[in-house]
Design a protein around this ligand. Structure first.
Ligand SMILES: *Cc1c(COP(=O)(O)O)cnc(C)c1O
Length: 447
């Protein structure tokens, strides 16, 4: 007999249902009970009363919705290596383990174990950062946007900040340089034009109130055609003579020559330091391939001014970030170790390896799937237009591409794929090989 004829199913029976119990394990029994209670209330108020199976489905839908609200691991099949919405750079095993070990207990975060006294939170990564960048000193904050804000507030407050018009950018998420400078109480002085700026544009703008020259990497756009820019070293020399600080916001923060990875030349952190910038800012989770952080390296005098700004307390990084950052930086101490960073491993996957993996997908999926040459992107507000030859799987689903990608996104784990010409595209450059089985299974289930 249908159990709904005797009334609604009992809460404990629903909790014992394996398809519901699975959620209770991850979301906790209270979340499951709440979802069940809400579904039963809804069922009581509905006419005709939903069947027992319909009620179970309502509960599963509610729990599924809750599960997706929590932070869950996802499979990135988009081919965009530094996908900001998907958490940018994956951490190396070493970085992940360090973050987990330090996060799990007490540490010498701000404690000098030799002296048995208060120590510096920033000391742990400082010597590595100095060694790798060539700078005298370093400090780390929450992200590069915070680094820019701290620098503008420390060096520009009550003074003028010179920015050339070809670099007056909005970084993303409404973080606009003119607004950031206004917030930090600095007067923006624009020089040059959208496409051309020369050294004398800067030097003519120097006044006794000039606090700094801010140079920003044009992370998310490029200007083509008749363009002209100032050589960083010339600008640094002119600024030094005039007693003006040069602050360069590199954004991406590559420590290695990206040409080794088939990418175009990208200004590296050591180059910016060697060119004479007093202060250089970059992200931890872009081309560095580490945790979200904003790294500032520069002269001892400037870094100590940043450290003395009370704002730094509000922008400080946590212990797990510092642990992961330390291990990420350590990977750069030898060329072979750089590929322990997932970003650089993904950049180096040989085409043949991706082709072979695609073949496994095709074997499992049959005629609806084929291997396909794709284009991957570095992404993440760095090298926005840089195309990387890549390889993946094109899958034609009877349900249509929109329904198919939606089903993949709603899976466990969610899989984020692209659509091209009516086909679902799984770009294998960003899918970890150990996730291939999961993706294959999810695609098989679509059929
Ligand atoms: C990405 C970027 C930022 C912001 O970095 P977050 O770490 O995301 O805060 C700042 N400046 C430049 C030039 C960037 O490319």
């Amino acid at each position: 007999m249908n159990e709904t004829l005797r009334g609604l199913p009992a809460v404990h029976r629903l909790l014992d249902d394996p398809s519901i119990a699975r959620y209770a394990q991850t979301l906790g029994p209270d979340a499951a009970k709440r979802a069940i209670g809400e579904a039963l209330d809804l069922a009581r108020a509905s006419a005709p009363q939903p069947s027992s199976e319909q009620i179970r489905q309502m509960i599963r839908d509610a729990l599924e919705h809750l599960r997706r609200e929590t932070l869950v691991a996802a499979v990135n099949a988009t081919g965009i290596l530094l996908h900001t919405n998907l958490g940018r750079a994956p951490l190396s095993t070493q970085a992940r383990e360090a973050a987990s070990a330090i996060g799990a207990g007490y540490s010498n975060l701000e404690y000098d174990v030799e002296r048995g006294a208060r120590g510096s939170r920033y000391g742990h990564v400082r010597s590595l950062l100095c060694e790798l960048s060539g700078a005298q000193d370093a400090v780390v904050v929450n992200n590069c946007a915070a680094a820019v804000f701290l620098a503008a507030d420390t060096l520009g407050r009550g003074r003028e900040t010179i920015v050339s018009r070809n670099q007056l950018i909005e970084i993303g998420g409404g973080f606009r340089l003119p607004d950031v400078l206004a917030r930090s109480g600095s007067d923006l002085v624009e020089v040059g034009t959208t496409n051309k700026v020369r050294l004398r544009d800067f030097t003519r703008a120097f006044t006794p109130r000039t606090g700094l020259v801010l140079r920003s990497h044009p992370s998310n756009f490029s200007i083509q055609g008749f363009t002209e820019d100032v050589a960083p070293r010339e600008l640094a020399d002119a600024c030094r003579s005039a007693g003006v600080v040069v602050f360069e916001d590199l954004g991406g923060g590559a420590l290695v020559d990206l040409r080794e990875y088939g990418l175009p030349r990208e200004r590296t952190v050591p180059e910016a330091v060697a060119d004479g910038a007093d202060l250089v800012a970059f992200s931890g989770d872009k081309l560095l391939g580490g945790p979200q952080a904003g790294i500032l390296v520069g002269s001892r005098a400037i870094i100590s001014r940043l450290r003395a700004n009370p704002l730094i307390r509000a922008l400080r990084v946590d212990k797990q970030t510092l642990a992961a950052l330390g291990e990420t930086l350590r990977a750069y101490t030898s060329p072979e170790r750089v590929k322990t960073l997932p970003l650089y491993r993904m950049l180096s996957i040989p085409m043949g390896e991706m082709r072979a993996r695609a073949q496994r997908y095709v074997s499992a999926l049959g005629a609806a799937a084929r291997g396909i040459e794709t284009t991957a992107y570095v992404g993440g507000g760095s090298l926005p237009q840089e195309r990387l030859p890549s390889f993946g799987v094109a899958y034609r689903c009877a349900r249509g591409p929109d329904a198919a990608t939606a089903a993949l996104r709603r899976g466990d784990p969610p899989i984020v794929a692209r659509i091209e010409h009516g086909e679902v595209i799984v770009d294998l450059r960003t899918v970890a090989p150990e996730d291939d089985e999961i993706v294959i299974r999810a695609l098989v289930q679509l059929t």
